[in-house]
Design a protein around this ligand. Structure first.
Ligand code: C5P
Length: 235
């Protein structure tokens, strides 16, 4: 069974501060997107990577991929993305040639995911799960609140879900291709991950252990952490 990875990288990264689109910013001198592409292509099972570029940045992303060393056994495609992450993923799926029955969706914003996590997700899909999500237990207790109408106002707490039953989910999320396509054709709600669309179809979604190095680079402090992880890996 052949596996393809779709990497949405079309976000602007507003929370990271002013600058280039998030995926094109450098970590230790190499664009975050290149780290993410290498992380997925490091899996011997992944034979195609589809990068979803900022809408006006497909040519720039193509030349970035050409300028960096990437595994020869992997094919690469670049397509322009859309307004939302969901739309970007949909556009990436539209570019998939036939013959890839397992599809991973991986945020460019998680550039340091270890190959062991990628392989664990693929294996769980091969073992028959239509949708697989890597996830970790939470360190923080989580409250559900009534969001403030004015930012900064105190927010009433509505509930405290039992922490031991909660998981913080990461990517790559892995799917049986037909299930993921059906989810993207059917679900139009605004969601923040692909697995939740499959949940809405009523299909089984399972969690496998994630990895602390698969964290999402969102805020400036995350860049500091990412560079520290890279420095530690070089030791
Ligand atoms: O904004 P957030 O951090 O949730 O974005 C997750 C991933 O989705 C990032 O890799 C980002 O580049 C991508 N994205 C996208 N198209 C958008 C918005 C986000 O590909 N319109």
């Amino acid at each position: 069974v052949r596996t393809a990875a779709v990497i949405p990288a079309a976000g602007r990264g507003v929370r990271l501060g002013p600058g280039a689109p998030k995926a094109l910013r450098a970590l230790n001198g190499t664009p975050m997107l290149i780290h993410a592409v290498r992380a997925l292509a490091a899996s011997r099972a992944v034979s195609l990577v589809v990068v979803v570029a900022p809408p006006d940045g497909a040519a720039e992303v193509k030349s970035l991929l050409d300028a960096h060393s990437l595994p020869e056994r992997t094919d690469f495609l670049v397509v322009p993305g859309g307004e939302s992450r969901q739309e970007s993923v949909r556009l990436g799926l539209g570019a998939l040639p036939p013959g890839y029955d397992i599809v991973l969706v991986h945020d460019a914003a998680r550039p340091l995911v270890p190959v062991e996590t990628v392989d664990a997700v693929i294996e769980a899909v091969r073992d028959g799960a239509p949708a697989v999500v890597p996830a970790l237990p939470l360190a923080d207790t989580v409250k559900e609140v009534e969001p403030a109408r004015v930012p900064g106002e105190p927010e009433p707490v509505l509930a405290t879900p039992e922490r031991a039953r909660l998981r913080a989910v990461q990517t790559p999320q892995g799917f049986d291709r037909a299930t993921l396509l059906r989810a993207h054709e059917t679900v139009t709600d605004n969601v923040t991950d692909d697995a939740s669309m499959v949940e809405q179809l009523g299909e089984r979604v399972v969690v496998v252990p994630g990895h602390e190095e698969a964290f999402k680079v969102t805020r400036p402090l995350d860049l500091v952490l990412a560079e520290a992880v890279l420095a530690r890996r070089r030791l």
